[in-house]
Every structure is written in structure tokens, then in C-alpha cells.
Design a protein around this ligand. Structure first.
Ligand code: AR6
Length: 207
């Protein structure tokens, strides 16, 4: 009971209205794409069928950037849940391009989907790996009946993916799932990435 109570209380305080500027696009008659400035750790739509996506690394035990922010906001229970995700080989819980799900614990969002994008100058075929990171996150979300999902700009920080190419892959992959979610969000932390994502959304799903 106390855990459920705190989840309801947190999500009621923390709505998308606390985030920054946003623009909205129709993906289909029943599904919207929202491009929004802000901090993904604050985001929730309903605290039960929503998920934020984490730009994690293959170990899946936390790190810097958005990963660090998500782990701090979720609390230590998140790291314990990540430890329980089986390793597929030593030190690897989530290979690049795949996705795993955990609860959100103290986050306003109900779930965290952890994915790993490519390191741009290191991994071979980064386009396919980044597409897989988005696609597998969306597939895991569908399997878990998630209706609302929020992505950060995967690989656009420490992993150095060029923003324009990353936005192209991110938005075109989301378009392939146009009927599967009520709302798909991109929560962009920096103004320059927000502007690149907006331009790309206008070009690919403009309406
Ligand atoms: N909300 C939304 N976006 C954020 C937030 C936030 N609170 N904080 C940062 N960003 P990065 P990557 C943006 O480096 O490139 C970690 O150490 C940030 O400005 O977090 O996929 C992991 O453990 C950037 O635009 O992820 C891995 O080792 C975007 O999130 C590695 O970094 C992604 O930047 C993953 O690198």
C-alpha cells in the first residue's frame, strides 16, 4: 500500500506541464508524437502505463548523463533491479541495440526501459544499432502494454552520435509504430538537440 500511495502522489505532482516547450504532431488518428524540452526524470503521463527510456551502457548498472540522472531519481532499488537482469555474457546485461525493462521505483513514470545505443566512432554499423535501440525499446514497451513512452536522445551525449542523423533514425523508427502507442515523447535536455528534433519531426511527420 505505501508504495502504491507514493507512486500516485508523485505522479499527480509531476506532469508534463513541469517540462519545457513542446510541439505535437499526429502519427496517426489515434497516436501523437510530442517533442519536448526538459528533464526526462520528471516525466509521467499516468504513472501506470507509462515508461521512460534510459540511454544505458551494456553493464546496465548506471553511469553518467541521463543514465546517472535516472538512477539518482529512481533511488537504489533501480540498481538492485538492474543487478537481477541476467548477464548474457560477462559484464553484459543489455547488448548494444537491445532493451530491458524494470520498474521506475521512485520515478514518476511506472517503468524504465533500458537500452544501449552505439558509440558512434567505435561501433560498426551505428545506424543499424541506433535503429535497433529505438525499435527494441518500442517492442518491449508494446509487450508490457505501455501506452505512453518517452525517449531521450540516445547516443547523443557521451556516445557522440551526430544529432541530425540520430534524429532522423529516432523519428523514422517511431513512425513505424504509429498505431501502437497513445503518445510517444522525445524529452530533449538541450536547446540545440530540441531544435534539431523539431526540424526533423516537421520534415518526417509534419502536419
Ligand atoms: N533528461 C533528458 N535528457 C538528458 C538528461 C535528462 N535528465 N540528462 C542528459 N540528457 P548521454 P549516451 C541528454 O551521455 O550518449 C552514460 O554514462 C544528454 O544531453 O546520457 O547514449 C551511460 O551509462 C544527451 O543529449 O547518453 C553510458 O555509458 C542525451 O541525454 C553512456 O553515458 C544522451 O546523452 C551513454 O551515452
Amino acid at each position: 500500500f505505501p508504495a502504491i500511495f507514493s507512486k500516485i502522489r508523485v505522479s499527480a505532482m509531476s506532469t508534463a506541464a513541469n517540462l519545457g516547450n513542446s510541439r505535437e504532431f499526429a502519427l496517426s488518428s489515434s497516436s501523437r508524437l510530442k517533442i519536448q524540452q526538459g528533464d526526462i526524470t520528471q516525466w509521467s503521463v499516468d504513472g501506470s502505463s507509462d515508461a521512460i527510456v534510459n540511454a544505458a551502457n551494456e553493464r546496465m548498472l548506471g553511469g553518467g548523463g541521463v543514465d546517472g540522472a535516472i538512477h539518482r531519481a529512481a533511488g537504489t532499488e533501480l540498481k538492485k533491479a538492474c543487478y537481477k537482469v541476467p548477464e548474457v555474457r560477462p559484464g553484459v546485461r543489455c547488448p548494444t541495440g537491445e532493451a530491458r525493462i524494470t520498474p521506475g521505483f521512485r520515478l514518476p513514470a511506472a517503468h524504465v526501459i533500458h537500452t544501449v545505443g552505439p558509440i558512434y566512432d567505435v561501433d560498426k554499423n551505428p545506424e543499424a544499432l541506433l535503429k535497433n535501440a529505438y525499435k527494441n525499446s518500442l517492442l518491449v514497451a508494446k509487450e508490457n502494454n505501455i501506452q505512453y513512452i518517452a525517449f531521450p536522445a540516445i547516443s547523443c551525449g557521451v556516445y557522440r552520435y551526430p544529432y541530425d542523423e540520430a534524429a532522423n533514425i529516432a523519428i523514422s523508427t517511431v513512425k513505424e509504430f504509429a498505431n501502437d502507442f497513445k503518445e510517444v515523447y522525445f524529452i530533449l535536455f538541450s536547446d540545440d538537440i530540441y531544435n534539431v528534433w523539431l526540424e526533423k519531426a516537421e520534415a518526417l511527420v509534419g502536419n
